[in-house]
Design a binder for this molecule. Structure first.
Ligand code: F6P
Length: 362
């Protein structure tokens, strides 16, 4: 192998640049091969947007968030948006262009840094065209089952914990309830761990459907004990027992509000209504995806980047690097995608949380 390509797909996560930097350094300095960066995700392979990645290109990017290659979660080669002359958009399977572009640039292997969606595409490319791919798992949500942890999660966790620390001081001063909505569509890792690290009183996660009245009981119990503020952390994917509606009786248009404003706003509004205590809501949003990666994410990203190039050089395509603490290992891509890693309800973390008095609202 003389030349490899690197691509980043899906939402960004702090630490991607550490992966790219390590991969380029290992490829160029250790193996003496060349690296081509594919720009803006899989769309870069379809539209042929590439650039050489030299060691000079990756200088100084280790502490930088985001991805120097650009990314998008729209451009799936198997379902690619084509703008017609009429202005309408039609989706077509243009995946054949992937092996074509790779051949044009004499790229002999492709490293795909992506979340569930991008890794699924990588797996399909391997199965359909035998495109020699190696995957690197990435998501701040930490919800990929095949790896103990993804890079980006630790940084997001730090951001969310710092937000809770800041909300604490203002909550205490104003005798308020502070609701913080954090990311996590399918899994509550950020909410659970930031909630624990920040000393939240209530943590609502997708894995444990909640009852808003139980949430309010916890808050009232605190008030009765003289604690005149409370911190509630809500994962964006958290849902009430029995479905999407939080409390039908209290807010009729809850479902629409969840869709428009996020679950945090609905929970905050209903807590205020039920408890009568002044409540404020903060939606942390993409602050969790930005900024400089923590040392842990820089190191995990670097380990993944180096391991991905090693896999390529060993000809182990169709595999994904992963963390099997304390080692870096690999798994077949087909096994790695699709299976989400949710918070296990019997985990010691959930148990400990309950034992120290955290309510999950159930
Ligand atoms: O999967 C990562 C993630 O940040 C989720 O936590 C969140 O739901 C989603 O991406 C947001 O995606 P977008 O940036 O496309 O709005």
């Amino acid at each position: 192998i003389k030349k490899i390509g690197i691509l980043t797909g899906g939402g960004d996560a702090p630490g991607i640049n550490a992966v790219i930097r390590a991969a380029v350094k290992v490829a160029v300095n250790h193996y003496g091969i060349r690296v081509i960066g594919i720009e803006q995700g899989f769309g870069g392979l379809i539209e042929d947007r590439t650039r050489k990645l030299t060691t000079k290109e990756v200088m100084g990017i280790l502490p930088r968030g985001g991805t120097i290659l650009g990314t998008t979660n729209r451009d799936n080669p198997f379902h690619y948006p084509i703008r017609l002359e009429s202005g309408e958009v039609e989706f077509r399977d243009v995946s054949i262009r992937v092996p074509e572009t790779l051949a044009k640039h004499a790229i002999e292997a492709l490293i795909v840094i992506g979340g569930d969606g991008s890794l699924k595409i990588a797996s399909q490319l391997w199965e359909k065209y035998a495109v020699p791919v190696v995957g690197v798992p990435k998501t701040i949500d930490n919800d990929l089952s095949a790896t103990d942890q993804t890079f980006g999660f630790d940084t997001a966790l730090k951001t969310a914990t710092e937000a809770i620390d800041k909300l604490h001081t203002t909550a205490e001063s104003h005798y308020r309830i502070m609701v913080l909505e954090v990311m996590g569509r399918y899994a509550g890792w950020i909410a659970l761990q930031a909630g624990l690290a920040g000393g939240a009183d209530v943590i609502l996660i997708p894995e444990i459907p909640f009852d808003i009245y139980k949430v309010c009981d916890k808050i009232k119990e605190r008030s009765a004990a003289g604690k005149q503020f409370s911190i509630v952390v809500v994962a964006e994917g958290a849902r009430a027992i029995g479905g999407e509606m939080v409390v039908k009786k209290v807010v009729e248009d809850s479902f629409e509000k969840i869709r428009l404003g996020g679950i945090g706003n609905v929970v905050g509004e209903q807590i205020e209504e039920i408890t009568g205590i002044e409540t404020r809501v903060t939606v942390l949003g993409h602050l969790q995806r930005g900024g400089s990666p923590t040392p842990f994410d820089r190191i995990l990203g670097s380990r993944f980047g180096a391991a991905a190039v090693n896999l390529v050089m060993e000809g182990r395509f169709g595999e994904m690097v992963c963390l099997r603490t304390p080692h870096i290992a690999s798994v077949p891509l087909v096994e790695a995608v699709g299976e989400m890693r949710r918070v296990p309800l019997g985990s010691d973390m959930v148990r400990m949380a309950r034992q120290i008095g955290v309510s999950f609202g159930n």
